[in-house]
Design a protein around this ligand. Structure first.
Ligand code: HEC
Length: 142
């Protein structure tokens, strides 16, 4: 039988590995970060509602939520805020591109979902969630 401390030896290198973070640090004013977090929580809730609507056979509802909360219609939420509270102004170009692509994918999903084919709708939701993952895996703010 393996001794418990052997298991610990196995775990330690994993812990040090986890402490290394290859993501790019993006420095943003605290106000911009607070705005971003509020927006992010809304995205997460919207995704949850979208999947719920799809699972209940309410594709049109899923489409409405996606367009208004994530799609192109949801762009420019910080347009009238001062520069220090506008996250987009502090994003590197590639990060900003992921954000824009997410909005476009949200609208594309909405169009697809409205057509009512669940499999196609799910496939169209994939690039939306892919943008969440791509950005979170590439960038950090702290
Ligand atoms: C362009 C980059 C980008 C995209 C796209 C993006 N996020 Fe984020 N997200 C961030 C950053 C940066 C933070 C950390 C903000 C901070 O605290 O400074 C964050 C934080 C969050 C948080 C934590 C909020 C909190 O209260 O701390 C959630 C939840 C989240 N994102 C969900 C999502 C979801 C869901 C999507 C896709 C629909 C998404 N994000 C798309 C960059 C992004």
């Amino acid at each position: 039988m393996m001794k418990p401390w052997f298991l610990l030896l196995g775990v330690l290198p994993c812990l040090t590995f986890a402490a290394e973070d290859g993501r790019q640090l993006v420095q943003m004013p605290l106000e911009a970060r607070a705005e971003m977090r509020a927006e992010m929580l809304d995205f997460q809730s919207s995704l949850h509602q979208i999947v719920d609507a799809l699972a209940s056979g309410k594709s049109a509802e899923a489409a409405d939520i996606a367009e208004s909360k994530i799609g192109v219609s949801a762009m420019g939420r910080h347009r009238n805020a001062p520069p220090n509270a506008r996250p987009g102004m502090h994003m590197p170009n590639d990060m900003h591109m992921i954000a824009r692509n997410m909005h476009v994918a949200g609208s594309e999903f909405a169009r697809t979902a409205r057509a009512g084919d669940l499999t196609k709708a799910l496939a169209a939701l994939q690039p939306v969630m892919g943008a969440c993952v791509a950005c979170h895996r590439s960038y950090r703010t702290q």
